[in-house]
Design a binder for this molecule. Structure first.
Ligand SMILES: Cc1ncc(COP(=O)(O)O)c(C=O)c1O
Length: 360
């Protein structure tokens, strides 16, 4: 992939029906100003008791927002796609590159569940190459699973639900060897001590990164995520996206987020301090067998009687995620780092005694 002797062109990888598609031409692609009588909007304004200019369709290309995201990661706006959470980008990548009923994606369990669900929705197959017992990536074993039908390899670093960063060396081996697209989901990257792989984008044009404002920026409610990739990959995603995928309120909040990056960074620092405190307290618990190293805003913890603890906590209003059904994650709970008060409540419930002896 690092052969720069001819320009990168992913077009042959694109599904034939997408290659020949004429995208919908939205009214707001052409004009934003003037007497706008071209899109059947409501000229009297929104029917809500607030005076907000919400009656026009929003910007379709969101260049300013893409520029802010690009500046933050040292890229160009043409390398950024913004959408309705990174979940939209996952879905669009499958729709651009995977022929339903024929192609497949390759995932590395235990990993984020949406890759498989998005594939199933698109009638795309899923093959699996498990991480090692300590949740590391082995390029050789991933590559040995690749077939003619494999069109995307989906990696996640820091990984959900395990919290660890995948080896950059192994990721680069896959990028070099796999002659198609390698997606690395960096939803939790700002919590990690390693930087974003955006620095590799120049070297590997087949690398696609997924990022989101749902985690470090604390904006899960606005639904804003991005794919960072070679401009030719981004162009295909823009071609098939819903014309007005990102609403105007979300775009405005996302712009504010990038104007206040130091706030995100302060919150990340506070969460990391709290994560250390939580981990230290959990380590004292008689039923805690293992706290996995985490570069994210959550901890994967192996408990004796994990299911009973999960149930007891839920009954007491403290909700964590049972992950014991995932590969190599037997008897684990995934615990998001909460506020100090929330973490104290969790710890109080855990310290109050054995779940099998306590009435619900
Ligand atoms: C690894 C990973 N990727 C993506 C997402 C979803 O991100 P978004 O809210 O941007 O759709 C999550 C959410 O939990 C996640 O854990």
């Amino acid at each position: 992939m690092s052969d720069n002797s001819f320009p990168f062109n992913p077009e042959p990888w694109v599904r034939p029906n997408i290659r020949t598609l004429s995208p919908y031409h939205a009214a707001r692609d052409d004009f934003h100003e003037g007497i706008l009588l071209d899109a059947n909007e409501n000229s009297l304004g929104p029917a809500i008791p607030f005076n907000q200019p919400l009656h026009r369709y929003p910007d379709t290309r969101l260049y300013d927002l893409r520029k802010k995201w690009a500046d933050f990661r040292g890229l160009k706006p043409e390398q950024v796609f913004v959408g309705v959470g990174s979940d939209e980008a996952i879905d669009l990548l499958m729709r651009v590159f995977c022929e339903p009923g024929r192609d497949e994606i390759l995932i590395t369990p235990p990993t984020y569940g949406m890759y498989k669900v998005a594939a199933r929705i698109n009638n795309v197959g899923v093959s699996e190459s498990g991480l090692t017992k300590d949740f590391q990536l082995e390029a050789q074993s991933v590559l040995s699973r690749v077939t003619q039908r494999t069109k995307l390899i989906m990696l996640c670093s820091p990984n959900n639900p395990t919290g660890n960063v995948l080896s950059q060396k192994e990721i680069e081996r896959i990028l070099l060897d796999f002659k198609r697209i390698v997606v690395v989901d960096e939803a939790y990257i700002d919590f990690s001590s390693t930087g974003s792989l955006a620095v590799l984008m120049e070297k590997y044009p087949n690398l696609v990164l997924l990022q989101t404002l749902s985690k470090s920026f604390g904006l899960a409610a606005i639904r804003m995520g991005a794919a960072l990739a070679h401009p030719k990959i981004i162009e295909w995603m823009l071609k098939i996206k819903a014309p007005y995928n990102v609403n105007q309120l979300t775009a405005a909040m996302a712009m504010l987020a990038f104007d206040n990056i130091e706030r995100m960074q302060q919150n990340v620092r506070d969460i990391l301090i709290e994560k250390e405190r939580l981990a230290a307290a959990l380590a004292e618990h008689p039923d805690v067998e293992m706290i996995y190293p985490s570069e994210a805003n959550f901890l994967l913890v192996r408990f004796r009687k994990a299911e009973a603890w999960y149930q007891l906590l839920a009954n007491r209003g403290v909700i964590v995620r049972y992950r014991g059904d995932q590969l190599h994650c037997e008897d684990t709970l995934r615990i998001t780092v909460g506020t100090p008060g929330e973490n104290n409540r969790l710890l109080e419930e855990l310290m109050a005694g054995d779940p099998t002896d306590r009435p619900n």
